[in-house]
Design a protein. Sequence first.
Length: 134
Amino acid sequence: MSSLSIGQLAKQAGVAIDTVRYYERNALLAPAGRLASGYRRYCAIELKRLRFIRRAKALGFSLDDVRGLLTLSDERDVAEVKRAAERKLGDIEQRIAELERIRAGLNSLITACPGHGRAEACPILNALTQEEPT
């Protein structure tokens, strides 16, 4: 593969040009080589790394998590990569449980609300204005 411009790199990786620049500023992507004209040039290594970052982000990893995964992938520490993925799965399962709790509560309020009448009698508004137990 010949060198790529920042636009070509971004397009092939499925991200915006600003995303490439952002990852460079945050040391997730190595600074590009530059032509005499000052234009950035990238190679297959940067494209592979950028795709890695995008896919990890799609799985819910934060940029700090991604930075750690990139370090681990450089070291080839597969056991630690697995532990990081297990931790992320645990976090996601906790968020799902919280969202299911929220869904149940909201569903209950919607069911209790007749959808007409005075605001003071609305179970949804009353639940939102209710004081927290001390």
